[in-house]
Design a protein around this ligand. Structure first.
Ligand SMILES: Nc1ncnc2c1ncn2[C@@H]1O[C@H](COP(=O)(O)OP(=O)(O)OP(=O)(O)O)[C@@H](O)[C@H]1O
Ligand SMILES: [Mg+2]
Length: 258
């Protein structure tokens, strides 16, 4: 057996007197979709931020592909193949899809023009079309600024940006999505679910935070529930029920945590 793609051992994080994460341990492999569930303030976003290098853990170890790693910045996380899409998506509304997708790493034109800093817009647009097709988004206006796109289209750009960085294949990369469908309509939510499924098929590990239990049951292989910073359940989706999960989330089911 090879090492799991991601392994957490006793990860803890305090904010002043508040224990946001308390001894979180779990393992996950590529090609898996994990839904991270829990009430408001349970520690879900904090856990994702720790994995994405936006916050650092006070205790515990995080291993990626079998090696313990100190993830101190988003850049380090990125180098390890870990990308996070924040709930606000962090897109620039006044730029178009291609500009957002390439933000901070715009390709240069060949030769002197490139050395003088001229950006290769044609290749940016080409790559954007490719990335969007890869995610199954076909009708997207490349001329519109992002504020003029739909929530689902914006979501696709944010996911494309997160999944197109770095080198290597999708397999063994880790994508963290913090409430990706919270602001979306039903049709767009479906679209994002399809994206997640497609990324799983490509071997990516996807960890998604969502308050939409029905969607989690549909898209996730596993459900991990946090309550007051502790992991109170970690089960295969087909081995549990909505009722049981609600019990874990609310704390009604004090016994039988697994
Ligand atoms: N930067 C911070 N400084 C101080 N406390 C924080 C900070 N970020 C989070 N917390 C606290 O840590 C706890 C966990 O917060 P976190 O954002 O991880 O919750 P969550 O599970 O994502 O909740 P939600 O579903 O509402 O997004 C909360 O009590 C929150 O108030
Ligand atoms: Mg949160």
């Amino acid at each position: 057996m090879s090492a799991p793609l991601l392994r957490l051992d006793g990860v803890a994080k305090r904010y002043g007197g508040l224990q946001a994460l308390d001894g979180i341990s779990f393992e996950a492999t590529g090609g898996e979709v994990i839904a991270l569930l829990g009430d408001n303030g349970a520690g879900k976003s904090t856990l994702m931020k720790v994995l994405a290098g936006a916050e650092s853990a006070d205790e515990g170890t995080i291993s990626v592909r079998g090696e313990a790693r100190d993830i101190r910045s988003p850049r380090q996380a990125e180098q390890l193949g870990i990308e996070m899409v924040y709930q606000d998506l962090a897109l620039v509304g006044t730029l178009d899809a291609a500009e957002n997708l390439h933000l901070g790493r715009e390709p240069r034109r060949r030769g002197l023009a490139g050395r003088l800093g001229f950006i290769d817009r044609a290749s940016m647009r080409r790559e954007t079309v490719e990335q969007m097709q890869r995610l199954g988004v076909t009708r997207l206006s490349l001329r519109r600024t992002v504020t003029m796109l739909s929530g689902g289209q914006r979501q696709a750009i944010a996911i494309a940006r997160a999944t197109s960085r770095g080198s290597g294949s999708d397999a063994d990369r880790i994508l963290l999505l913090d409430e990706p469908t919270a602001a979306l309509g039903v049709g767009q939510q479906r679209r994002v679910q399809e994206l997640i499924t497609r990324l799983r098929e490509r071997g990516m590990l996807v960890i998604v935070i969502s308050h939409d239990l029905a969607a989690c049951f549909e898209v996730a292989d596993r459900l991990v529930v946090l309550r007051q910073g502790r992991k109170v359940a970690d089960v295969r989706t087909e081995e549990t029920s909505t009722q049981e999960v609600v019990g874990w989330i609310t704390g009604a089911a004090e016994v039988g945590a697994r």
